[in-house]
Design a protein around this ligand. Structure first.
Ligand SMILES: NC(=O)c1ccc[n+]([C@@H]2O[C@H](COP(=O)([O-])OP(=O)(O)OC[C@H]3O[C@@H](n4cnc5c(N)ncnc54)[C@H](OP(=O)(O)O)[C@@H]3O)[C@@H](O)[C@H]2O)c1
Length: 265
C-alpha cells in the first residue's frame, strides 16, 4: 500500500504548485497548500470545495520570517519549495536590487524555510525536501540572466546539501525538480518585467523588436499547455523512498538541455 505523507507546498496558489497540490491530495496525501497572499488562499479554498478535495490552506509568504515559522506547527514528511519569481533584462543594465530580490525569494528564503523543515527531519531521520528549480538552472537564456542565476544557485545549493545530509542521515533526502517551459503565465510575466524599464536609454533599445520576436518564438515552441508531465515528476519525487537528485520534464527539453550543456562552445 502506498504510504500517505504530510506534504507542504509553497506558492501553491497558482500554476505548477497548485496542480501538484491537487494531484497529491487526490492520491490520498495530507497536503498543506500555502499561498503567497491571503486572497490566493481564499480563492484556492473556494476551488477545492468545488472539486471536493481536502487540503489545508493558509498564507505563507516565504520572505516573511513569521510566515516561515508556521511550518514548525506541522510534522512534515515532505517540503516542496515551489514558490518562485523571475526578473528579466540584461545584467548590463538591470537595477541590481531587482536581482537581489529575485535571489531573496528563489534562493535565500527558500533555504531559510528549508532549514526549519530540515531541523525536524534530521531529528527524526526522515523526510524529503524538494526544490523546484528549472532547466534554466543548467543553461541560460539571454535577457533572463537574473532568473537563470537564481536557479543555477538553487540547483547548486540543493546538490551540495544532498551530499552533506547523506553523510549524517540516511533517510533525509534532497532532490531537484527541473521544469522546462510550461504555460502557467510565469514566463510571460517574467519577460514583460524588463520592458517597464528597458526604454530609449537602453543599449538594447534598437533591437527591442528582435528580442520580443525571439522570445515569443521560443516560448511558443517550448511551453507545454498542461503541467501534467512536471506534476507527475513532483508526485514521483514526493513518493519515492529514495528520491533521485534530479527529475526533469518534458523529456525532450531535458534531453536538449543535456546536449546543449555538453556542446563544446
Ligand atoms: N512555468 C515554467 O515554464 C517554469 C519553468 C521552470 C521552472 N518553473 C518554476 O516552477 C515554479 C512554479 O512556477 P509556475 O510556472 O507555476 O508559476 P506561478 O504560477 O507564478 O507559480 C509561482 C508561485 O509562487 C508564488 N510566490 C512568489 N513569491 C512568493 C513568496 N514570496 N512566497 C510564497 N509564494 C510566492 C507566486 O505567487 P504570486 O502569484 O502571488 O506571485 C505563485 O503562486 C517556480 O519556482 C518557477 O521558477 C516554472
Amino acid at each position: 500500500m502506498k504510504i500517505k505523507k504530510t506534504i507542504l507546498i509553497t506558492g501553491a496558489g497558482t500554476g505548477i504548485g497548485k496542480d501538484s497540490a491537487l494531484a497529491l491530495a487526490k492520491r490520498g496525501h495530507k497536503v498543506i497548500a500555502t499561498t503567497e497572499t491571503d486572497d490566493q488562499s481564499v480563492l484556492l479554498q473556494k476551488e477545492i470545495k468545488s472539486h471536493n478535495i481536502d487540503l489545508v490552506v493558509f498564507k505563507l509568504d516565504i520572505t516573511n520570517e513569521q510566515d516561515r515559522k508556521k511550518i514548525e506547527e506541522h510534522d512534515l514528511d515532505v517540503l516542496i519549495n515551489n514558490a518562485g519569481i523571475g526578473e528579466s533584462g540584461s545584467l548590463a543594465e538591470i537595477d541590481i536590487d531587482k536581482v537581489r530580490h529575485n535571489f531573496e525569494v528563489n534562493v535565500f528564503s527558500t533555504f531559510e524555510i528549508s532549514q526549519l523543515a530540515l531541523k525536524k527531519m534530521m531529528k527524526k531521520d526522515h523526510g524529503t525536501i524538494v526544490f523546484v528549480s528549472s532547466l534554466a538552472g543548467r543553461i541560460t537564456m539571454p535577457f533572463l540572466g537574473p532568473y537563470c542565476m537564481t536557479k543555477f544557485a538553487l540547483s547548486a545549493g540543493a546538490e551540495a546539501l544532498r551530499t552533506e545530509i547523506h553523510k549524517v542521515r540516511k533517510n533525509v533526502h534532497i532532490c531537484l525538480i527541473e521544469p522546462g517551459g510550461y504555460h502557467t503565465g510565469f514566463n510571460q510575466r517574467n519577460i514583460a518585467k524588463k520592458y517597464v524599464w528597458m526604454k530609449e536609454h537602453s543599449v538594447f533599445y534598437p533591437i527591442i523588436d528582435q528580442i520580443k520576436a525571439a522570445e515569443e518564438r521560443l516560448f511558443n515552441l517550448v511551453e507545454s499547455g498542461t503541467t501534467l508531465s512536471i506534476v507527475n515528476k513532483i508526485v514521483r519525487a514526493t513518493e519515492a523512498k529514495k528520491p533521485r537528485l534530479r527529475y526533469s520534464a518534458p523529456w525532450w527539453q531535458a534531453l536538449g538541455t543535456h546536449i546543449k550543456q555538453h556542446l563544446p562552445i
